[in-house]
Design a protein around this ligand. Structure first.
Ligand SMILES: [Zn+2]
Ligand SMILES: [Zn+2]
Length: 227
């Protein structure tokens, strides 16, 4: 039986620990009306299961016109090639993590840590700015550059019927010079996320937080990694 679940209006958890595989990051599907948007894709070995989960919710993977790579770690981007090859999905990522997504720098993806190799994909929409807005389907998505975990980490939010939904995948770190982590940048990024006052946080490994727990979650990590 599918373990996919509804998070809130328009948002579903379709992959991740307990849903597809413990090796996958949390994978979220956004129903933007005329198209679906996938936030990250997991390590890649469970894509068939993720597609099954999506179908169990009544959606078609072919409707995933865009997938967002929140950063270039392989547990987030390994599954993108299955989307591109199978459905022609267009990939959105930040310029500063592009070399990892496109397979030009294996160190950035942490692939060796997972003992796997990446099937790279081309980034179709390259983000450069501090905050970029893009209409996908019926929704207006906001892409916030939140470097720190990696140089090109991005957080994504939209305002919907259930309030502000924020996808901030690896706000908890970890941090490593091998993939360009920067704690000073990360602290500034966390302040940006707090200022968003999101109602729902869809996190990259820890699942979903709501209400007061959103900023408390972020603040706990700021405290843990304070200067
Ligand atoms: Zn990561
Ligand atoms: Zn991660």
């Amino acid at each position: 039986m599918s373990k996919a679940k509804r998070v809130c209006d328009r948002v579903y958890a379709v992959g991740g620990p307990g849903i597809s595989s413990g090796d996958d990051c949390c994978v979220y599907l956004v129903d933007a009306g005329s198209e679906l948007v996938l936030i990250d894709a997991g390590l890649g070995f469970s894509m068939e299961l993720i597609f099954k989960n999506i179908k169990s919710l009544g959606f078609e993977p072919a409707q995933i016109w865009h997938a967002v790579a929140t950063h270039c770690h392989i547990d987030h981007i390994g599954g993108l090639s299955a989307l591109v090859d199978g459905y022609g999905t267009k990939i959105i990522a930040h310029q500063l993590d592009r070399a990892g997504v496109e397979g030009q720098n294996d160190q950035l993806t942490a692939a060796s840590m997972y003992g796997v190799s990446l099937k790279p994909v081309k980034v179709d929409t390259v983000l450069n700015g501090d905050l970029e807005q893009m209409a996908l389907g019926e929704l207006s998505f906001n892409f916030v550059h939140t470097p720190g975990h990696t140089p090109g980490s991005i957080s994504v939010y939209f305002d919907g019927r259930d309030g502000r939904v924020l996808f901030a995948q690896d706000v908890h770190g970890p941090f490593s010079p091998a993939w360009g982590s920067d704690l000073a940048q990360w602290r500034r990024s966390m302040q940006k996320l707090l200022a968003l006052k999101a109602d729902i946080l869809c996190e990259g490994h820890a699942g979903v937080y709501r209400g007061d727990k959103v900023n408390r979650y972020i603040e706990a990590y700021i405290k843990r990694y304070q200067a």
